[in-house]
Design a protein around this ligand. Structure first.
Ligand code: AMP
Length: 366
């Protein structure tokens, strides 16, 4: 790899910010393109403030970089194709679009032998009745595109919930999924290099609150690790994937049931900054820059806690041993991720007490 590489990133949120923080020690500079007024990665590189459909801006972006990636998976396919025609884009447009539509994403998983929840497409109010006959209740009605952090979703518990759910999100392509009575939710973070080398982080156990990730804890010797890796490998190899791929699953018995993939670094991997030999951000950069991958080994007990809406008092958090705070420079808003902390400790018992101390000072009471 030549030194002084310049990488273009489509999107300039906190994931872009943490990519840049991992890139500077490797002498990598960054150009971000993002339409948001408040783009929190912008202070860490050059920022082209433009819409993803602005071809002049995309051309300018390509002219300034050696290669490109994205940190926002809802970049329009046309923008990805435009960039990929001019500079190497990793992951490529095919990988980007694979996860953009929940229905075709599930068809992909099924074609690769990966279990998915029972589901049906819903394009009309009549379809919704027909879909409920297939999935049964409870079920989760979701928009097929653009959903994140539980947005664009409605849980149907009884037939009386159907009209309200349709009124809330109907009129656009939807999918109805049987509600999976999961024991746990886990994610598999995989990374694949340009040469096809792959590495996997330990499965991460994720706890959500109101559809938003609250805590993420890497597992140790999880019995489902090999299955998670097998599923992620199949998808990555099928897509010719390069970079970090996050694969979210429901755990039901001995099975991993696929929920969704994110073709990018992922919130459930933020703990890797302090607690893995190589962070997901560095490994993503290594992968797309054609470098050998770094070790994904866990350094010790750890957990990640998202700061949602409000951050704790920084002085109080700074007094707590083993608490590593990351603030994204975003304006606090209800239900908005504005930062996170990785809590590290020598062992599981010490981790629990450090976590309890942090949760006790969170504005929402943990
Ligand atoms: P998603 O945006 O699809 O990741 O959904 C957000 C969260 O809603 C998931 O992490 C689960 O906690 C819950 N959820 C979504 N789909 C289902 C399902 N089919 N069964 C059970 N819980 C679900």
């Amino acid at each position: 790899m030549k030194t002084g590489l310049k990488i273009g990133v489509l999107g300039a949120g906190q994931l872009g910010r943490m990519l840049a923080l991992a890139g500077y020690p490797l002498d990598i500079d960054f150009v971000f393109l993002d339409p948001a007024v408040e783009a929190c990665a912008a202070p860490l590189g050059e920022h082209i403030h433009a819409d993803y459909s602005d071809e002049a801006a995309l051309a300018e972006f390509c002219s300034r970089v050696d290669l490109a990636t994205f940190e926002f998976e809802n970049v329009p396919n046309a923008a990805a194709e435009f960039v990929a025609a001019r500079v190497p884009l990793h992951p490529g447009p095919r990988a980007l679009t694979a996860g953009q539509d929940r229905l075709s994403e599930k068809a992909l998983f099924t074609s690769l032998g990966i279990p998915v929840p029972t589901h049906a497409a819903v394009d009309s109010r009549d379809d919704l009745d027909a879909a409920v006959a297939i999935t049964g209740l409870p079920a989760v009605l979701k928009t097929r595109r653009m959903g994140y952090d539980g947005k664009g979703q409605a849980v149907l518990r009884t037939p009386a919930d159907l009209d309200a759910a349709w009124a809330a999100i109907g009129g656009q392509p939807l999918i109805l999924e049987a509600f999976v009575p999961f024991e746990r939710e886990v994610s598999c973070l995989a990374v694949r290099s340009t040469s096809g080398e792959m590495a996997f982080y330990p499965l991460v156990e994720n706890v959500h609150r109101a559809g938003i990730l609250r805590t993420a804890t890497p597992t140790v010797n999880d019995p489902l690790q090999a299955i998670g890796e097998q599923h992620a490998r199949r998808v990555a190899e099928h897509l010719g994937y390069v970079g970090v791929l996050a694969f979210e699953f429901f755990v039901a018995g001995k099975q991993l049931i696929a929920n969704e993939i994110a073709p990018r670094v992922h919130n459930s991997g933020h703990w890797t900054i302090e607690a893995a030999e190589t962070s997901q951000f560095e490994n993503h950069l290594r992968a797309i820059a054609g470098l050998p991958l770094g070790s994904t080994e866990l350094r010790g007990a750890c957990a990640m806690v998202n700061y949602i809406g409000l951050a704790p008092d920084i002085e109080a958090a700074s007094r707590l041993p083993g608490v590593h705070t990351h603030l994204y420079g975003k304006t606090p808003k209800p239900q908005r991720k504005i930062g996170h902390a990785t809590v590290t400790a020598a062992d599981a018992a010490a981790l629990q007490s450090r976590l309890a101390a942090l949760l006790a000072i969170l504005p929402d009471g943990g």
